[in-house]
Ligand binder design. Structure first.
Ligand SMILES: NC(=O)c1ccc[n+]([C@@H]2O[C@H](COP(=O)([O-])OP(=O)(O)OC[C@H]3O[C@@H](n4cnc5c(N)ncnc54)[C@H](OP(=O)(O)O)[C@@H]3O)[C@@H](O)[C@H]2O)c1
Length: 233
């Protein structure tokens, strides 16, 4: 890293190569040193090369070995943005046990494991954890059981972490977007059928702005939760 840039706050963004995570990286690139999280080394390196101050954080978050190898390299961290996530659609009747395990592994277990490993650095910095949750963390609908259950669980995790870390000065923000124009939403519409209408969804930038707002809170304040929904016109 260029030493002139070393006074920037350091932020690790999981899922930083695509979708909302990439938009968060774009929004923070002018002010932060970015740790770009992703599981594909080439994709991560390409994103890192596009920013003035960035480094790779390569790990398949479902691999405990990967995370255990990557996390100790992070000795300074002001913010951790969990954006990596997956979805799966299907009725309870149709969903396989393996699907439940896969979705919970990425959306909940990996988030808890990575957070725990990085808490010492976050505490030293009086830092912040931002979790990209979903409207599905509050409400559900037919066909959405596994994703929604994982996001309800993620909200419970966030609420608990916020109370545990209060005494350590680490702030925790849960962000709940509605539908966002990313690959994930394309996958959902593919499954459900119907038209993909990008103009009726949020842009990833809208969610990234919410992350910036949360990270910009004054020191005595904590943005606990934000809902960001499309205007729906
Ligand atoms: N899109 C929506 O409508 C919407 C709405 C509300 C909330 N959200 C939430 O927003 C977050 C980001 O979603 P998105 O729409 O940006 O999704 P996306 O475009 O599908 O991107 C998902 C990201 O997660 C990463 N990822 C998935 N599994 C991983 C693993 N095992 N290890 C490391 N990285 C992994 C992907 O990396 P690869 O490139 O390597 O696959 C990718 O960068 C998710 O938590 C999602 O639940 C999305």
């Amino acid at each position: 890293m260029d030493n002139r840039l070393d006074t920037r706050p350091h932020v690790l963004i999981t899922g930083g190569t695509r979708g909302i995570g990439r938009a968060v990286a774009d929004e923070l690139a002018a002010t932060h040193h970015l740790l770009i999280g992703g599981r594909d080394r080439d994709a991560v390196d390409a994103v890192v090369a596009s920013y003035p101050s960035a480094e790779p954080f390569v790990a398949d978050l479902t691999s405990e070995d990967d995370v255990a190898a990557a996390a100790p390299g992070v000795d300074r961290l002001d913010a951790l943005v969990h954006s990596a996530g997956i979805t799966a659609m299907g009725t309870v009747e149709d969903l396989a046990r393996a699907t439940w395990r896969e979705v919970f592994e990425v959306n909940v277990v990996a988030v808890a494991d990575l957070t725990a490993r990085l808490l010492p650095a976050l505490r030293r910095a009086h830092g912040q954890v931002v979790l990209i949750n979903s409207g599905s963390g509050f409400f559900t609908s037919p066909g959405n059981s596994v994703y929604s259950a994982s996001k309800f669980a993620l909200r419970a995790f966030s609420d608990t972490l916020r109370e545990e870390e209060r005494e350590h000065g680490v702030r925790v923000t849960s962000i709940h977007p509605g539908k966002v124009d990313t690959d994930m939403q394309r996958q959902i519409v593919d499954h459900q059928g119907g038209d993909y209408r990008a103009d009726s969804y949020l842009t990833p930038e809208s969610v990234a702005r919410a992350v910036v707002f949360a990270l910009s809170a004054t020191p005595e304040a904590q943005v606990e939760s934000l809902n960001v929904r499309p205007m729906g016109r």
